[in-house]
Design a binder for this molecule. Sequence first.
Ligand code: SAM
Length: 451
Amino acid sequence: MTRPLPQNVFTTAPDWEEAAFTEAHQSPVPTSIRLNPFKPADIPFESKVPWSTYGRYLQERPRFTLDPLFHAGAYYVQEASSMLIEQAFRQIADTSKPIKALDLCAAPGGKSTLLASLLKEEDLLISNEVIQTRAGILVENMTRWGQLNTWVTNNDPKDFRRLDGFFDLMLVDAPCSGSGLWRKDPKAIDEWSPANVNLCKERQQRILADALPALKKEGILIYATCSFSPEENEQMVDWLVKEQGLTGLSLELDASWGVTETIADQSQAKGYRCYPWKMKGEGFFMAVFRKNEGNVAEQLWTGSSKTKADEKQMRQLTQLFQPFLNVPFALLQHQEMNYALHPEHRQHWAGLKSNLYIKKAGTALGQLLKDIVPEHDLAMSIHLAKEVPRVQLDHQEALHFLKKEAVQTDKGFKGWQVASYQHLGLGWGKWMPNRMNNYLPKSHRIRMDID
Ligand code: SAM
């Protein structure tokens, strides 16, 4: 790292070691990925991330863009410290009944894909991002992950106020001053200032105060940042306990992992810090809370707006699309597109739709024009039925497909096929006697030179 670090800026942080901090920032950034448990693939790795079931360190950083398995959603590239979220979920979440979870600040999707891997099929995850362009990237990554039980929304935190008491679990991975990521992103050093840290803290408070009504009584909040500043971490813990009436919760973390436990001054509530000189990962902070007061809303809408004719049409469409998926689903029609939802999640559609801007609900199946025109989402689904025709591509063919080029047509394939690499879907192609149409969405295509 060439940029000088600001001097003496974090000396108030618990267990701060100035020399170790400087030294860590002169050492290389470890590369880690998190495997998709529902898309098994053969990926060589150096070692496991001790606090994460699916986290793996790689020996070196490959060109991920040139790996078809990355595009297939076999793994997500994520720095290792933030995988500690798994411990919060496993130790605190009540998994004895279906969970409705909100990831409020979700783009580009690291924590959402992590949570999605831990949730059961009947659990519902709403991944939200306020910035429109970033919400698009979030949709792409959740599409790659391929789950039926995840929806993506593009809303301001205050819009969630209307979902009073709806969520059992809320993750707020807040926008922050980002000092924990300086080693990965040295440019961020130039943007850092004490004034900016305070602005971040004020914004974090606004975000939490806006969204907390949507967490039900007894619900769990996981608050996280990638900042080293106590203002954004332990002081926020105090604020959540004192001003928002939450109770801080403790985690049992293996001492060998090197996580630093902190105690907030006023509330004595615990926080968990990851320091790059104590762990193989970047700077990260996490604290977990239970909400004591508030409402409980199991669902937001109880009426039905469907007519008999609608119901008949839905039944017919369900029959048409059922052969594509290997699980039962509830069919939903929205703006000409047909979606598959987990059957238990259909009841939430009207309530969520009337309050939020939903960018993706469950799995987009396709449109019914003259024939079925299948949607990209369906090709990426972990539930794609094995009877759906697939074309197995080798590494080079897969890259050409991912560049949205025509892949050679002399193999005798016919009609719609899922272009696959190592048995994982990459997208749809339609093969005809003399040509092939590549239906990979433009936004997903590889832009770099593949040769
Ligand atoms: N959780 C993400 C992940 O693991 O990939 C990273 C989230 S990043 C730390 C914080 C996110 O908050 C960014 O996507 C940013 O666009 C969003 N954000 C920025 N300002 C916000 C605001 N005022 N309210 C809610 N979210 C905001």
